[in-house]
Design a protein around this ligand. Sequence first.
Ligand SMILES: Nc1ncnc2c1ncn2[C@@H]1O[C@H](COP(=O)(O)OP(=O)(O)OP(=O)(O)O)[C@@H](O)[C@H]1O
Length: 688
Amino acid sequence: MAESAPHPADDPELRAERAYLAQARAALREMYQEVMAYETLLIGSEDNDERFTNESYQRARHLRAQALIDMPDVPLFFGRLDNEPGVVEETDQIYVGRRHVRDQAGRPLVIDWRAPVAVPFYRATRDDRQGVLRRRRYGFSDDAELTAYDDEILVSPTEADRADAILLAEIERPRTGPMRDIVATIQPDQDDLVRAPLQPSLCVQGAPGTGKTAVGLHRTAYLLYTERERLRRGGVVIVGPNRSFLSYIRRVLPALGEVDVTQTTVDELIGQGRPSAQEDPTIARIKGDARMATVLHRALWSHVGEPSEGLVYTKGSRRYRVPDYEVKEIVAAFRGTSRYVDGRNSVAQRLAHEVLVRMERRGEAPDDRVQEAVARSKPVKQLLDQCWPKLAPEQVLFRLLSDADFLASSAHGVLTADEQAALLWSKRPRSWKSARWSDADLVLLDELADLMERRPGSLGHLVVDEAQDLSPMQLRALHRRCRSGSMTVLGDLAQATTPWSTGSWDQVLEHLGVPDARLVELDRGFRVPAQIIEVAARLLPAIAPGLRPPTGIRAVPDAYQVVETSDRELLDQVVATCRAALAREGSIGVIAADSDIAALHERLAAAGCEPALLGVTEDAMESARLVCVPATLAKGLEFDTVVVVEPSRIVEAEPRGLHRLYVVLTRAVTRLVLVHAQPLPAPMQDAA
Ligand SMILES: Nc1ncnc2c1ncn2[C@@H]1O[C@H](COP(=O)(O)OP(=O)(O)OP(=O)(O)O)[C@@H](O)[C@H]1O
């Protein structure tokens, strides 16, 4: 928490609080040592099942120990509630922190923020005190030394604006490194979403900087607290737009004591690390369209043909015949009624059954083993290979993308002739084995794999951030991984920059398989000062006519500045702007069209500004105060100062360039500077 001025070190109250913090730290160390000293009992030795059990125990212990490690820069508690006597048993004072800490006697020293008794810390107001007399928040130095405290006396009528002042101070605390948690200042409307139950799923639409990502991460931590066993079984996955974003948010959950959550991108989750080829966005849009599900379904099932002959099974000198009309009926009965591989197996079993019936008619008494042997026999296999061939997903997609007639028959009445022509490979790979698949292809392969065989397992909880950018086919792939689990879906339709985005939450939720999700809008803009929101909002009528801008909760003097210059002086102006920003506190993001960013980075480096280049420099957001950001990687990030270079080039770079510019303009916490030589994009011109 930020604090206007630290308390003097000899303030007795501050000294007492520091002593309490030291006591809590020591207790946490003891809890950690207890876990480490406790030797995991191993059951048995080599047996497989036992090995699994042993490994699970060891892993659980490892995770528990990791969650107890005291992070030197993360304060152990951030608030205190002084309650009316009797509100909480045993004590009228509770310290609220990121995890539970108890002393050796089992007395709680710090209460986990997710515990029910901590709720009033977030929800109590002067009008609804919930038993709270005083709410205290602490200020810490960068190395987590307690330096200040700030009291809100809920029984006093003069304290009206205290909570807002504390929130504003926290937001304006200069940024260094990756995203931090907001656990000390979660707002009541956010808290309602954070503590919402696992079901129904939740969908949060929110303008830039309204706290969607923060809410999603804290909700994850909360659900892991209340539903730990259930979620651990299925697992929890957070899907974000790209690696830079994931790196930016990666410390929030560990700081809240949660270390067992997978954070990944949709391409990584679906492609499972397979390298992918580049794809033209217009083709990717067609491949991402929900109609492709019909095309793939038809393409796959078109491989099931009419059997040309009956089945003859020979055993010794005896022959058993299943006539062709019966075989045809069996194949027809299973066609399209289950998954492809299951259907093939079922036909084999039915054929074997018919053979067994004939054996019994001749007085034999075949058992289950004979049934299995017939089902796997050569004549059955040959018959199936002819009318129900074994296939790999890649074979089907290869045929679709390389064989115009096959594509036409599968896509008839579904895709237009132009769309079909666009889908066909201009250069056909030699075989399905040597084909290089794009990310959009990998999603289609995933759909095909599911049409063939059902994969087991369902995630316990899935968080999808920037969900407005996903294609219907990607959303379907996510649904397949979370069929019975719950989801938190986060995004902003105005920030939809991909050509394949659906443009409606109803559709997104339908494809994700959670049409009954609770849809909530967040509209208080925490990040962006009101003056900058006003500038960015000028783009809204063109990009998302139905959406309102956020309500800016902060006004910052001189938040918006425009520097018009000449082509020749552009780079010098950027350097001068960055130098001025470096003289102040906080992080700086220089954002430009992707094709311009390397040159800018080079120039800033030559000028001694020590910039990092996002997407190239490892841990760019941590390793430098000044980060050069290609416009396509800006989503989800924020900087105290943002310098946008040549906005019109950002707009021209892609079909949804105005949406991209909206994202870029809304990254600033304190100050936005536009540096341009070319005219500003039309909607912004009179804002300059
Ligand atoms: N209750 C809060 N207390 C302190 N800071 C907050 C609070 N809510 C949000 N913030 C801060 O506001 C900023 C924006 O939050 P976040 O990134 O979650 O917004 P978002 O809606 O996901 O934005 P975008 O759509 O632009 O990605 C972050 O710095 C976050 O820490």
